[in-house]
Design a protein around this ligand. Sequence first.
Ligand code: NZQ
Ligand code: ZN
Length: 392
Amino acid sequence: MLNFDFYAPARIIFGKDTQQKIGEVLKPHAKKVLLHYGGGSIKKSGLFDQVVASLNEHGIAYVELGGVQPNPRLSLVHEGIRLAKQEQVNLILAVGGGSVIDSAKAIAMGVHLDHDVWDVYEKQLPIEKALPVAIVLTIPAAGSESSGDTVITNEEKSLKYGYGSNKLRPLISIMNPELFFTLPKNQIANGVADMMSHVFERYFTNTTHTDLTDGLCETVLRTIMLNGPKVLANPQDYDAWAEIGFSGTVAHNGLVGMGREQDWACHNMEHELSAIYDVAHGAGLAVLTPAWMRYVYKDNIDMFVQFAVNIMGVQMSYRDKDALVLEGIARLEAFFRRMGLPQTLRELGIDDTRLKEMAKKATSIAFGEEYPLGNLKKLAWQDVVNIYQMCK
Ligand code: NZQ
Ligand code: ZN
């Protein structure tokens, strides 16, 4: 096990009707908030009115900025920074999913900068401070409600970069599984694929003596795979949503990756798909992950045997480890198919004309120099092309 520094201070308020507490819990922290949201699902569901009523009841003023798109855009972040400064808000309240939360985090740090917030993503600059961010979560997926991360798309440059800082950890996240009942099936499936990937990125490692976090990862993955099909079949299943929602948070608050070298190749490869083709993050991960597994497994076959047995429930002879691992990967693909997720780049509307360009970008993030992706197996740009090719 490696040395680590675990810090995950977000206060998570979980359960039925908890969104109605938002005014009460924000009162000690905020006089005026920027109420940030997406394309309108919260207005249709009535959540917007509930949040506003709670803010009003507790005397918290607000200014609103909607319109966050999936793969949140830098231009709206700029608008939010202008508005937050002009209105002198002292907290950003994100009501939505990962895209809204990530946009809120970008605004929260941007108000304190005297240069473009994009520089922070592009040059991975340290930040001194950020406004506090509070959240009412409407889709369990990205885990941004518990992470210090934000991922923003620079639409002019077709770049999608992430940035992480403990200063961006949310102050308070409210999670009521009832708010997930209105999710369309494709978003349910995308969320499940994303939270599974957050565990895989930490699980697949060359670090040894990681029994505790191996077990935590395996339990989270089995819980997601047990309950994902239930919420897909019945989007009103509160108990199954409660399991999925809690799993999504645990998958990405950092705990299950402590003491382990982490991978993140699939996420970096996926960000290129989203940056150019605007595909949903979880759908892109569902396509890439099985191909990545097939490409890298021989570099640490025992780790993949453990995955096949402990997570995918494969019972086969240990004498043919390749067959055992490939059966595990096939079962993962079958699970994704059952969730209605895409399996190929073609299904995502991606042809092979820009694979090389994406691979080069994925392996030269931020500093313009080639550096390999991932850790379980270090991937050069040609490896990334090969993996994209396997997904055609
Ligand atoms: O915009 P609205 O109208 O609200 O509709 C949204 C959006 O179209 C809809 N939706 C959300 N809650 C709903 C709902 N529709 C009906 N009922 C509800 N209750 O769902 C669509 C997708 O929303 P989005 O916020 O984009 O989803 P998600 O949470 O999957 O976030 C994806 C983004 O998070 C980033 C991804 O790259 C992507 O940009 N990530 C952020 C991470 C982080 N900050 O830690 C880590 C992740 O790896 C990920 O990269
Ligand atoms: Zn993700």
